[in-house]
Write a protein that binds this ligand. Structure first.
Ligand SMILES: C[S@@+](CC[C@H](N)C(=O)[O-])C[C@H]1O[C@@H](n2cnc3c(N)ncnc32)[C@H](O)[C@@H]1O
Length: 276
């Protein structure tokens, strides 16, 4: 039997914090706004070592020359950056100022910017551009294409672009996950549950329940609803090609993940000046 019938309106974001940033309107989950400083207890940098290494090797295998600079769009708390910065000179962009603060604290040697991956233009190009799970917050094809255009605009001709969504239309499965960590004087545990309310649109829902404990305070239980994009593989590849990135889909080979369940895209930014 499937999950119980729910009553979420995919367009009702009322239960989420909806801050307005100078560079555009963003409906960000409370995890990245009022709870940003709890992020390292939900998702610790150590949990990203194997994954970051997979992406680094895919970038190296795709690059025509050894990449030295990398831009990450939607870099969050900088958990991938913690592992990548030993190998690359990193510039990190995220929409949520609180998440940029968290990343700055663990990655002070990296350059940080607050910016929207759909619109930001830094005025320079990089040997590689990386978008990890933050791409999931592109919930329409228009937003997805805008974010990929930003990636392309920041990759030098011949540079590598790697985009790693949590799921494609073909690989999405409703799932439940739990975790959390303890820190100094406080701890967080969470459960998340994802499902697709309407298979005919481009949005899936992940509902989080967080339990927050702090010394000297009563425990708190908070909920958070994340709207995430879902697109078929062919659309991903076409959208990448349309912004000048000849990409392929690779399996996400990770010791804790079924290799059939996840894919990521890696490709090279075409040189517009080169003859076809
Ligand atoms: C799951 S977190 C990323 C964690 C990251 N992979 C890491 O290594 O720590 C998702 C991030 O996407 C960011 N985000 C969502 N929409 C965005 C947008 N339009 N532009 C830039 N960042 C965005 C959120 O602020 C959040 O920090």
């Amino acid at each position: 039997m499937g999950p119980p019938e729910h009553r979420f309106d995919p367009h009702d974001l009322a239960s989420q914090a909806a801050p307005r940033y100078a560079n555009g309107t963003a409906h960000l989950p409370r995890l990245y706004t009022e709870l940003a400083d709890w992020w390292p207890l939900l998702s610790a940098p150590a949990d990203y070592a194997e994954e970051a290494d997979l992406y680094r090797r895919a970038i190296l295998a795709t690059a025509r020359s050894r990449p030295r600079t990398l831009l990450e769009l939607g870099s969050g708390g900088g958990n991938n950056a913690v592992h990548l910065k030993a190998h690359l000179d990193l510039t990190l962009v995220d929409l949520a100022p609180g998440m940029v603060r968290v990343s700055r604290a663990v990655n002070p040697e990296c350059t940080h910017h607050v910016g929207d991956m759909r619109t930001v233009r830094l005025g320079r190009r990089f040997d590689a551009v990386f978008i990890h799970d933050a791409i999931m917050y592109m919930t329409s094809e228009v937003d997805l294409r805008a974010a990929l255009a930003t990636a392309s605009a920041h990759a030098r001709p011949g540079g590598v672009v790697l985009v790693a969504p949590d799921h494609l239309r073909e690989t999405f499965r409703s799932r439940v996950k739990q975790g959390g960590h303890d820190g100094a004087g406080r701890g967080l545990r969470y459960q998340e549950w994802s499902w697709d309310p309407d298979p005919d649109d481009t949005v899936v829902r992940t509902v989080f329940a967080y339990i927050l404990r702090e010394t000297g305070r009563a425990p708190r239980v908070l909920e958070d609803v994340h709207a995430m994009g879902i697109f078929p593989r062919a659309l991903w590849l076409q959208a990448l090609a349309d912004v000048g990135i000849e990409a392929r889909a690779l399996p996400f080979e990770h010791s804790e993940v079924d290799p059939e369940s996840c894919e990521f895209f890696v490709g090279v930014r075409r040189d517009p000046a080169a003859s076809e």
